[in-house]
Write a new protein. Structure first.
Length: 362
């Protein structure tokens, strides 16, 4: 196995220990030594951050966390917003290159079309850190992401257990042009086929569009009024899903026979409130705070010339090599439920757990 190198830094013997880059936050896995003068260089380095969009609660939360952690790490920022447009992302990165950034953090929503931008950065020896999504092709210094296949599996096992292996569910898919949408969709379908063959899954493509998701859910419920579960792959569909269920008199307490079990992905504050109220039943908490923290930490480490290898980290995650030269730090993303119970072999945390970022966002 080999790791991507930028600059003349040292290879860390154990992955994930960003002690020098993260205010001394060392871990039990051991720590690497920064190159001489590395910390001073990183403190002065400018990091470009492109926000992918600002039309969802999750990404707005991420946008709040970025300057917070930049301040803690001593990172100077140049920020842009590509608004879910890969052409705008490319233009934004070009602007940041002109501003002299030493690393770029981005979260491309189209994981195939971002390849030329990554190639440009690599040619200029500017390390790229990707958040939430992994590029279909091309290199990056690090991908900071949770295991999105696990998202689909957790949603599957929660619904499978709640429905006792029988019935019909709707999956409101994300954009299949995104690795996230593909991973969540494939894992949910594979898990259902293997573990709950008595459940019929209706997949509905939405391209992360809440209005499209609501319309398709409504149409599917008209054709199949006995649907008892909904898996929405992101909180983008939350408001529309609840509105559709309310219009059909299905937004009822979990112990009501008419209740439709709903699982989301993100862990935003509103989802946690809706779990407490009995409007939805579960979510997978995608770590908006840790995405910001570790993306900036890796960008700072790249500016210092550090490199990393696959293995356990000191922050409850694992770095894997997804293909030669591309590493991914897979952060923890727990299933969140009303009771904190175990579903199949998946344990969950209660919606009011103080460790959840959605309960700590000011």
């Amino acid at each position: 196995m080999r790791s991507r190198r930028f600059g003349a830094g040292l290879v860390l013997a154990v992955a994930g220990c960003l002690a020098a880059a993260c205010g001394g936050n060392g871990g039990s896995g051991g720590e690497g030594t920064a190159a001489s003068g590395g910390t001073d260089t990183a403190a002065k380095a400018v990091v470009g951050v492109d926000y992918p969009r600002s039309d969802t609660d999750f990404w707005n939360s991420y946008i709040q966390y970025v300057p917070k952690f930049a301040g803690e790490l001593g990172v100077d920022l140049k920020t842009t917003n590509s608004q879910n447009d890969v052409a705008k992302l490319a233009a934004n990165v070009q602007t940041q290159i002109g501003q002299g950034v030493k690393a770029v953090v981005m979260a491309p929503q189209d994981t195939a079309a971002v390849a030329p931008t990554l190639q440009q950065l690599e040619g200029k020896k500017i390390p790229a850190v990707l958040v939430d999504t992994r590029p279909d092709t091309g290199n990056a210094f690090m991908v900071v992401r949770a295991d999105n296949r696990a998202y689909g599996e957790k949603a599957c096992k929660f619904l499978g257990e709640k429905l006792q292996g029988k019935g019909k569910v709707v999956m409101l898919e994300g954009d299949l042009a995104s690795i996230n949408g593909r991973d969540r969709t494939e894992a949910f379908n594979d898990c259902m086929k293997q573990n709950y063959p008595g459940i019929t899954v209706f997949g509905e493509a939405t391209k992360w569009d809440g209005a499209v998701a609501a319309q398709k859910l409504s149409t599917r419920l008209t054709a199949n009024p006995d649907i008892k579960g909904v898996y929405m792959q992101s909180s983008f569909a939350l408001a529309g899903t609840l509105q559709v269920l309310k219009q059909r008199d299905l937004l009822v307490a979990p112990d009501d026979p008419k209740h439709v079990f709903v699982v989301s992905n993100d862990g935003i504050p509103q989802e946690l409130k809706d779990i407490a109220a009995g409007n939805i039943d579960a979510t997978v908490s995608q770590p908006a705070d840790l995405y910001a923290k570790w993306a900036l930490s890796y960008a700072q480490a790249a500016a210092e010339g550090k490199t990393f290898q696959p293995g356990k980290t000191d922050h409850d995650s694992t770095i894997i090599e997804v293909r030669p030269g591309l590493l991914e730090d897979q952060l923890s993303a727990p299933l969140v439920t009303a009771d904190g119970g175990t579903y199949g072999d998946i344990s969950s945390v209660k919606h009011d757990d103080k460790s959840l970022w959605g309960n700590n966002l000011s």
